[in-house]
Write a protein that binds this ligand. Structure first.
Ligand SMILES: NC(=O)c1ccc[n+]([C@@H]2O[C@H](COP(=O)([O-])OP(=O)(O)OC[C@H]3O[C@@H](n4cnc5c(N)ncnc54)[C@H](OP(=O)(O)O)[C@@H]3O)[C@@H](O)[C@H]2O)c1
Length: 325
């Protein structure tokens, strides 16, 4: 494996915002914050967060995905602090964050944007997403409120997350009326979860020129192979993760073995091969945002952009993954 990026930059949909195929997911920085996820993650000291972000930057990652939900400002604020600790200023990297719609109407969007900007402490919002299609207002009202934020210079582009193919198309049409593209739909996608290939989300994204941001592409660590080798690591995970991971071990065993076997040629880990597949198999449409709780993980995720799987290897993994039930 070289230390050079083997992928060219992509864009968030039809915007001019240029991103590496792999960004860093910042949900892991939620611990110690407030709200729904406050207890879902261990607290990572800020010095460790700084080192994780530094490793990602040094490996070539140029964007970071956070959200209001991730500790109600904790993830956003500590991401900004970590970027500053690495000497980064606004404009040096791209930042994506998300509005949390539960029990809220679109009227909340222009109100809470001030909180997002305050927590991001000088970093612009390059991409602002509606986190779930669960708000109390119609989606076109949410998109109109997002378009107002673009016009007011508070955000640079608009995306959605967890929207169906139909909801995505509607969001795209509403934004078009304001002369804006729908930049992204952020959804779950991995070698073990390829639902977007069957439910119309991926086909719609390709047709409309919307980028798919794949989340949980490592299946919360399962595709790294660490739970296959050391199942006792599961005892340290919260019950929510433990059950899902335990169930996944047997069915993913042959896939993980193949990820490891392919990795030997590139001096790459199973995790790196899995991420490389996600950002390669559908051309430029899919980018991904692995999360990291340790420096080594951020290094590995960035390193997944330092080699290219062959067409034959991509196809072999496709076939193996399709065979898993
Ligand atoms: N829009 C949405 O609804 C939504 C939903 C979920 C996630 N997301 C976004 O997607 C990002 C990633 O998703 P995710 O955290 O659910 O799943 P993921 O990226 O599949 O898994 C991340 C976890 O895997 C482990 N890991 C990562 N790299 C590793 C490596 N090289 N070796 C061994 N273990 C490794 C770490 O867990 P340990 O702590 O156990 O080491 C890490 O927290 C989040 O940070 C967030 O930004 C969005």
């Amino acid at each position: 494996m070289t230390t050079q990026l083997q992928f060219s930059l992509r864009t968030f949909g039809k915007t001019n915002l240029q991103i590496t195929p792999i960004g860093l997911g910042m949900m892991e920085f939620s611990g110690g914050g407030k709200g729904l996820l406050r207890n879902a993650f261990p607290v990572i000291p800020q010095e460790e967060k700084n080192a994780i972000v530094k490793a990602a930057l040094e490996g070539g990652i140029n964007w970071f995905d956070t959200a209001e939900l991730y500790g109600a400002g904790m993830s956003e604020a500590s991401t900004a602090a970590a970027l500053k600790a690495s000497g980064k200023c606004n404009g040096d990297v791209l930042v994506a964050t998300k509005w949390w719609p539960l029990f809220r109407t679109a009227r909340n969007i222009p109100i809470t944007i001030q909180d997002r900007l305050r927590f991001l402490d000088g970093f612009s919002i390059d991409l602002y997403m509606v986190h779930q299609p669960l708000g109390l207002s119609a989606h076109d009202k949410e998109m109109m409120a997002m378009a107002d934020l673009v016009e007011a210079g508070k955000i640079r582009s608009v995306g959605v997350s967890n929207f169906s193919a139909k909801q995505m198309r509607q969001a795209h049409e509403t934004l078009q009326k304001r002369g804006l593209p729908l930049a992204v739909n952020q959804v779950k996608y991995s070698l073990l979860d390829r639902a977007i290939e069957r439910n119309g989300i991926l086909a719609t994204a390709k047709e409309l020129g919307v980028t798919i941001i794949a989340y949980t592409s490592l299946e919360s660590g399962l595709l790294t192979g660490k739970y296959h080798k050391n199942p006792e690591l599961l005892e340290k995970k919260s019950s929510f993760y433990r059950t899902r991971l335990k169930q996944g071990i047997e069915k993913s065993r042959s896939l993980v073995a193949e990820l490891e076997a392919i990795g030997i040629k590139y001096n790459a880990t199973a995790a790196q091969v899995a991420l490389n597949w996600v950002v390669s198999f559908h051309g430029e449409t899919i980018v991904t945002i692995p999360g990291a709780t340790k420096v080594r993980q951020a290094e590995e995720s960035a390193g997944a952009m330092h080699f290219r799987l062959s067409a034959e290897e991509l196809a072999r993994l496709d076939e193996l993954s399709r065979a898993i039930r």
